[in-house]
Design a protein around this ligand. Structure first.
Ligand code: HEM
Length: 144
């Protein structure tokens, strides 16, 4: 059992495998991304944004690769929809009481709505079809 769990932790994620595929197709996926320690949680990689931009903008991108990228976004989207609905369920069931694992409950779950397993395919939406080389752009008005 312990070996099984250790093995799972060392297995690259589906996102790692997708990025390795892009590298095999000749896209400039940074070595630091390809050689990362897959036991560690993902951290945002701004250098991947131009790579994904090429996937979306280049006419040479094989259709399946474009589709795989969209599927990753679907997975993330559906997980966050689930999280939002679960949060609303929790709010109307236990209100602001703490969770069974000792978490702050609804507050903890609300913060999880800002977590992303695949931040780069979202970041690329900011620059697709614009001249900008990286996300940033015009200042925006934030809530609060
Ligand atoms: C009224 C029903 C429910 C309440 C009050 C509730 C409450 C909570 C709370 C407070 C947490 C935060 C962690 C903790 O403190 O334990 C949590 C996390 C979680 N719950 Fe529930 N829960 C409910 C129903 C469900 C159901 C039906 C499922 C799955 C079928 C589920 C799956 C999860 C998962 C996967 C997490 C981790 C959250 C994440 O990854 O964002 N919960 N729940």
């Amino acid at each position: 059992m312990r070996d099984l769990l250790a093995g799972l932790l060392e297995t690259p994620t589906v996102y790692d495998e997708f990025l390795r595929l892009l590298a095999r197709l000749g896209l400039a996926v940074p070595a630091a991304v390809l050689e990362r320690d897959v036991r560690q949680p993902w951290t945002h990689q701004p250098d991947l944004v131009p790579v994904l931009r090429e996937v979306y903008e280049s006419e040479d991108t094989p259709w399946g690769v474009y589709e795989a990228c969209e599927s990753l976004v679907d997975v993330e989207d559906n997980r966050q929809r689930w999280r939002f609905r679960h949060l609303r369920t929790v709010q109307r069931t236990i209100g602001a009481r703490t969770g069974t694992s000792g978490s702050s409950g609804a507050d903890f779950l609300r913060r999880a709505l800002d977590l992303s397993s695949f931040p780069e395919p979202y970041a690329v939406c900011t620059v697709i079809g614009t001249g900008a080389r990286s996300p940033g752009g015009a200042p925006s008005r934030e809530p609060g």
